[in-house]
Design a protein around this ligand. Sequence first.
Ligand SMILES: [Ca+2]
Ligand SMILES: [Ca+2]
Length: 72
Amino acid sequence: MSKRILVALSLAALTSASAFAATFEEVDANQDGMISAEEAQAAGIDVTTADANQDGALDQSEFDAAMGGHSQ
Ligand SMILES: [Ca+2]
Ligand SMILES: [Ca+2]
């Protein structure tokens, strides 16, 4: 029970932190060059809004747009 809460807390901390200044490489957890819906969600990115070409994943330009157009 307490372990579950701990996991939930660290997940929440991770999500809010990475939503501020995450790079593409950080969000792309499996380093395949695309940000899956799962990876985007983990970074606090709204996939349905960010996925401009509706292919279910975010590429670098879609990610940049989602982050305000100036991720490094
Ligand atoms: Ca990926
Ligand atoms: Ca896409």
